[in-house]
Design a protein around this ligand. Structure first.
Ligand SMILES: Nc1ncnc2c1ncn2[C@@H]1O[C@H](COP(=O)(O)OP(=O)(O)O)[C@@H](O)[C@H]1O
Ligand SMILES: [Mg+2]
Length: 233
């Protein structure tokens, strides 16, 4: 579904990605792991067309997307829950959810406001609250709900559980497990290796702008050396 082929990307003169490569198949739950500053968010920015790709290519359903503007990439079916959430603070919860909503691909059930509220009942009680009146956990649920309302074929979550209380975090993992059961393709970037090796299929460890290790959840759990060397676990 998504194929990132040896991409380079930079901020001005400062190159951050050096031949970053990985793949996500239909219905797969894949993670990018690695310490802070290794280039995970930069990879997401390159995928979403926020940062230009200087070398290599990115294919989505076989089509090159690394030359497209961001709105076309979103429209092609990639939904992002960005680092730091970035919900609209001066829109209500309802307005946040419908602001970027898009219909599902033909023949798919698709996400609606009702389904998002079923997934996160807390949001249903806050539909008329402004984005900036929500707790951190509610904001994160809103950011996920908003991404789902675009009916993405691939959902990307960048540090979605950062700064959340353990119970809210658990709720988000639970939600992602449910999405996985519906065969939603998911890319997660997060620090919670324990939770992710329970629910994800495969992992890529990123170090200085390239993938240095890849394997299944079972392989990662079994390899304490790798976890220690690259994740500081
Ligand atoms: N907007 C930016 N301008 C310049 N350098 C940046 C910018 N954003 C990130 N960087 C640098 O790029 C590197 C990778 O950052 P990032 O992709 O955010 O890492 P990660 O998400 O893995 O923590 C870091 O050295 C960071 O300082
Ligand atoms: Mg990041």
């Amino acid at each position: 579904m998504l194929s990132v082929h040896a991409i380079d990307a930079a901020y001005g003169d400062s190159q951050v990605l050096f031949g970053m490569s990985f793949e996500i198949g239909a219905g797969e739950f894949v993670t990018l792991l690695g310490r802070n500053g290794m280039g995970k968010t930069t990879t997401v920015r390159a995928i979403m067309g926020i940062l230009p790709v200087r070398a290599g290519k990115i294919l989505f359903n076989e089509e090159p997307i690394h030359t497209l503007p961001s709105f076309r990439i979103a429209k092609a079916g990639i939904g992002l829950v960005p680092e730091g959430r970035q919900i609209f603070p001066n829109l209500t919860v309802r307005e946040n959810l419908i602001a970027t909503a898009a219909p599902p691909p033909a023949g798919h059930q698709g996400w609606t406001m009702d389904r998002v509220i079923d997934l996160f009942p807390a949001l249903g009680e806050r539909l008329t609250s402004m984005g900036n009146q929500l707790s951190g956990g509610e904001q994160q649920m809103l950011a996920i709900g908003r991404a789902l309302m675009t009916n993405p074929r691939l959902l990307i979550l960048d540090e979605a559980t950062e700064g959340l209380a353990p119970m809210v975090r658990a709720e988000i993992w639970h939600c992602l497990e449910n999405l996985k059961e519906e065969a939603q393709a998911i890319l997660v970037i997060d620090k919670n290796v324990d939770a992710l090796t329970r629910i994800a299929d495969r992992h890529y460890i990123v170090e200085k702008g390239a993938v240095v290790w890849t394997g299944t959840s079972e392989e990662l759990r079994a390899d304490e050396g790798i976890q220690h060397q690259y994740l500081g676990v």
